[in-house]
Design a protein around this ligand. Sequence first.
Ligand SMILES: NC(=O)c1ccc[n+]([C@@H]2O[C@H](COP(=O)([O-])OP(=O)(O)OC[C@H]3O[C@@H](n4cnc5c(N)ncnc54)[C@H](OP(=O)(O)O)[C@@H]3O)[C@@H](O)[C@H]2O)c1
Length: 248
Amino acid sequence: MNNKTIFITGGNSGIGLATALLFAKEGANVAILSRRRHENAAARAKIEKLGVKALDFAGDVTDETTIRTALAKTAETLGGLHFAFNNAGVEQVPTPLVEQTLEDYRRIIDVNVMGVWLCLKHELPLIEKSGDGCVVNNSSVAGLVGMAQLELYIASKHAVLGLTKSAALEYAKSGVRVNAVCPGAVHTEMYERFVSKDPNLAHNIESMHPMGRSGTPEEIASAVLWLCRDATWTTGQALALDGGFTVP
Ligand SMILES: NC(=O)c1ccc[n+]([C@@H]2O[C@H](COP(=O)([O-])OP(=O)(O)OC[C@H]3O[C@@H](n4cnc5c(N)ncnc54)[C@H](OP(=O)(O)O)[C@@H]3O)[C@@H](O)[C@H]2O)c1
């Protein structure tokens, strides 16, 4: 991964941070973009400690100017763009469909769908310019199955797979691959927020995974590294990383 660069949205926490650290350990330069400045600076320091160059951008994935500018600066400063992990996302509090609001719709669909689309739009030409590379979008098992009271999150993660497949086809001849990971429950801040609403939820969620446990951010990061570095004939795929959740 020496002389390669990855751009990661939501890189200051959870799955995004674990991926940033793994790519840095492998020698890649890393740029992260997320909203909280303090967490961004802390993540950048951890990445730089591994001996690679790092950039952090404070911004929202729903803002096209922010995305375009951050990506241009990344490519200019870190020797081009080779990989991207479109990972930033927000969860939905389980709510009966009839009580869901337009504000919920806009918040979840804007970040989880428009954010990924905007990133793809500005990443793909830069990666193509670098010769070849790979984008990984973070969908979810929620992109593969339905779940009651989570219609907006489910729809957003299904849409991420639609974007993945279509962009993969559009860029298939260009050397740029586009894939998605579909994690089951993974121990992160998002997971903690989600299960904190109901004392039984953590137990119920873990028992929905045949392997009997939730995943770690590092287990998702290693699959992102595999897709970027090793899976050279794989494009348009949705890779379930879920302890068997989607098997039954
Ligand atoms: N944890 C799970 O069980 C699980 C399972 C399947 C899929 N996923 C997906 O994995 C991805 C990462 O989630 P995580 O579990 O690692 O949660 P997390 O620790 O809460 O990380 C979410 C990241 O997204 C960033 N973010 C949120 N909204 C943003 C916005 N509008 N613009 C820019 N950055 C934004 C957050 O940083 P700031 O708040 O600083 O912006 C943070 O870095 C999400 O797409 C999620 O849907 C998670």
